[in-house]
Design a protein around this ligand. Sequence first.
Ligand code: COA
Length: 338
Amino acid sequence: MDGPSPGRREVARPAACVVGVGSALPERVLTNLQLMEMVDTSDDWIVSRTGIRERRIAAEGEFTSHLAERAARQALDNAGLTPADIDLIVLATATPDNTFPSTAVAVQERLGMKTGAAFDVAAVCSGFVYALTTANALIATGTARRALVIGAETFSRILDWSDRTTCVLFGDGAGAVVLEANGATNGSASGTPRGIIASSLRSDGAHRDKLFVDGGPSSTRSVGHLRMRGQEVFRFAIGATVDVVEDVMAKAGITAQDIDWFVPHQANKRIIDASARKLGIDEKKVVLTVERHGNTSAASIPLALSQASADGRIKKGDLVLLEAMGGGFTWGAVLVRW
Ligand code: COA
């Protein structure tokens, strides 16, 4: 018999729906072989521990806001909208152009937006799921109608290029989605409502010394470099992923078998594989970009969404699970009917 399984909860109609997606990468590719000329490492070590083969590096004068603007314009084109249609920008980044004003207002100005509000969200690699949840909540309360939600980073600027334990892992890039209040047109005709179905956000500052930047305006008056206790991050990541994913699945009344696409933060293929296995998600449903992009922090999920929707894998009506974990620690998941 069709219909919800016993024990499943009715979920309220989603407030907002993804109507466009875009991304941007710097032109310069940095391969593992090129990294071997910079630090004592090997292609074999990097690929076997992380799955990463290459990453992109922003050009001199190419800022986080430039990548964000390109991704935003592509998402708007994809949605068939213009900047004038947007009344909110929420931009997730840990590598802003300046301490202030926000990178979001730089993007707002470049897009020629004269109205609406723009601000940054700081949750490092979990930034995109935090930003998406925030924008969704602002739409749900009627504060905004159409939002650009952007993840954009230039981690190459905060890496210690002499530290082989971190510099091989990260890259630069940006991705964006357009989130629109659900009106008569966005609810799918087939009866399955499209949009953001459930979110789960977590943080625990007790772990803030395990993945951090050793500088800042208030503490050192400098920018600092990324530092990480890799094994401790690795150990925490899988449990954290399972924690928030199980929470959103319970909120939505679904099981892992219902998910069409799992789009996790692209930190490390081993973490992604182990999390998918533990959750019982088929590896064919996992979107992977870490091989070509490295870890682009807040940009990694929207970059992966952009790729998998451009190549026809993610389609309207698919159930898409987003998940991330990062510095803080912060972690979170969002379930979207695409
Ligand atoms: N190339 C070659 N050797 C390297 C290296 C590199 N780039 N980086 C570290 N090593 C060496 C270490 O110095 C160590 O050598 P030693 O045994 O002689 O001391 C050896 O490799 C093993 O180091 P270890 O840290 O135990 O490796 P690991 O198996 O834990 O892998 C990570 C390291 C970083 C790949 C792994 O811990 C990890 O993926 N952590 C999670 C990182 C992450 O995803 N962070 C972002 C979260 S948002």
